[in-house]
Ligand binder design. Structure first.
Ligand SMILES: [Mn+2]
Length: 336
């Protein structure tokens, strides 16, 4: 059973089959394209946007690929990563494509004005996406945004290269938790098969993304797991990523991706949360949620101004840790 708009009141009908050809039409005519993704990109945001950027460049388009943040250590090997720029150059664009973003403000501060960015295209599969695009190609049933990009490239009639396929495979591999999550469906498996046929080496991808961890990350995991707390019912588990723990790694990039899954993987746990202390000294805690499936954590995150998917969501809450933890714990309790 897939998590399609479960638990979200008045979920929009995004009509993805109608919007896919609109995206293809715009990109067929576009000469200069700005490609963006959400800040702090994950495998889906970066991989799907890389797949599109690589393919459009192969088609002779001028592509600017923008994200203001450092790319994750384990994804910088992906073809096209070295062309991602942290500021947007001058000039105007025929189209701007936003991948996996959910909201315009998640794209970064250097975004051109609406008139400079041309047709704004929102590619997403979040339940809680803002319809900020001129075209919103949003498909909550898609396992990853890479699935949407695969269809766009096919619709443009462009043969998939190994370089473009690598980004799309990274998108699907990471967003399905290595083909484990309930979002894993026959469609993403068929597309992944096509990506292997285009030249992707599955063990190379898995080993570079998941088995090339910096030693500092594994040591940080040990510290973070030391903070593990569970509710009396045993259904809610939480971990804390404190600023001083992060400082001891001596690294500026985020090494904590996936830590929350250890909390969810405990027998009996339905919901896991990770509380990340802000590194900038403010009191805006970043909270990530993971659900085993019974609870819609996107709805929990929405109560605090955040959003996401049925089984993976996040929000930012200001306050001291005790107060924030109590508020989140109460909201999760109510949802359980
Ligand atoms: Mn995604």
């Amino acid at each position: 059973m897939k998590a399609i708009n479960r638990g979200v009141a008045n979920a929009r009908d995004w009509k993805p089959a109608e919007n896919l050809p609109r995206v293809i039409d715009v990109l067929r005519d576009a000469r200069r394209v700005l490609i963006t993704m959400h800040r702090g990109p994950d495998g889906d945001a970066l991989g799907s946007s890389l797949g599109l950027a690589v393919a459009l460049r192969e088609m002779g388009r001028e592509v600017v690929h923008y994200n203001p943040d450092q790319l994750p250590y384990n994804l910088r090997f992906l073809p096209g990563s070295d062309a991602v720029v942290r500021t947007v150059p001058e000039g105007s664009f025929d189209a701007m494509v936003a991948c996996d973003s959910g909201a315009l403000h998640r794209l970064g501060s250097d975004l051109p004005t609406a008139e400079r960015r041309g047709v704004t295209i929102n590619l997403d599969h979040h339940l809680t996406t803002d319809p900020f695009g001129d075209i919103n190609y949003v498909d909550p049933a898609a396992a990853a945004v890479g699935v949407l990009v695969f269809k766009i490239i096919a619709g443009l009639g462009h043969p998939l290269s190994a370089n473009a396929a690598a980004g799309l495979y990274a998108s699907i591999l990471t967003d399905t938790g290595c083909f484990k999550y309930s979002s894993t469906d026959p469609e993403c498996m068929r597309i992944s098969a096509a990506l292997l046929e285009a030249g992707v080496d599955p063990w190379e991808m898995a080993s570079r993304i998941y088995e090339s961890q910096p030693l500092a990350r594994v040591k940080l995991l040990g510290e973070v797991l030391g903070t593990l707390a569970t509710s009396p019912s045993g259904k809610f588990a939480s971990i804390l990523v404190a600023r001083d723990m992060v400082a001891r790694t001596g690294r500026t990039d985020d090494l904590t991706d996936g830590f929350i899954n250890f909390a969810r993987s405990i027998d009996g746990v339905e919901v896991a949360a990770s509380f990340s202390e802000p590194l900038d000294g403010t009191d805006a805690w970043r909270i990530s949620f993971r659900s085993r499936g019974t609870v819609n954590v996107a709805a929990v995150a929405q109560q605090f101004g955040g959003g996401g998917h049925h089984n993976a969501a996040g929000c930012t809450v200001k306050g001291d840790l005790t107060t924030v933890r109590a508020a989140i714990g109460a909201a999760v309790d109510a949802a359980l």
